[in-house]
Design a protein around this ligand. Structure first.
Ligand code: DQA
Length: 142
């Protein structure tokens, strides 16, 4: 199995960024935890973060036929990006949406996602562990 993990804008700042909301775990920590988990399951895992919408879209396009599915934290693009949604629908790969924080317990504008209605499932509010939960689900579902 091959799984692609995509992270959107500002997630490169994890560990420094609003630690009361997002915790102390860095994106590098998350990547190494997931790589270990994937290796134990004999699954190939690629990990990519970008602050640029078009780079995330390009990675989704290039994932077609290469991966069994995608785990994505679209970050702020969750609430804004029809283009990234259309890219995921365009390649027709199953995806799991992850949020570190509980987006339903925050500002109203975070409650709407352009992704949730098309996702296999959504994980929100479990901190960095959400990625591990998503990978566990992806290994079964994709
Ligand atoms: C986030 C939640 C989004 O609302 C926010 O814009 C982010 C991170 C999360 O992981 O909790 O950047 O996706």
């Amino acid at each position: 199995k091959r799984i692609l993990v995509l992270n959107g804008p500002n997630l490169n700042l994890l560990g420094l960024r609003e630690p009361d909301v997002y915790g102390a775990t860095t994106l590098a920590d998350i990547e190494s935890t997931l790589k270990r988990q994937a290796q134990a399951a004999r699954c190939e895992l690629d990990f990519f973060q970008s602050n640029a919408e078009h780079e995330l879209i390009e990675h989704v396009h290039q994932a077609a036929g290469q991966y069994n599915g995608i785990i994505i934290n679209p970050a702020a693009f969750t609430h804004t990006s029809v283009a990234l949604r259309d890219a995921l629908l365009g390649v027709a790969l199953p995806f799991i949406e992850v949020h570190i924080s509980n987006v339903h317990a925050r500002e109203d504008f975070r409650r709407h996602s352009f992704f949730s209605d098309c996702a296999v499932g959504v994980i929100s509010g479990f901190g960095a562990q959400g990625y591990e939960l998503a990978l566990t689900a992806a290994l079964k579902q994709f």
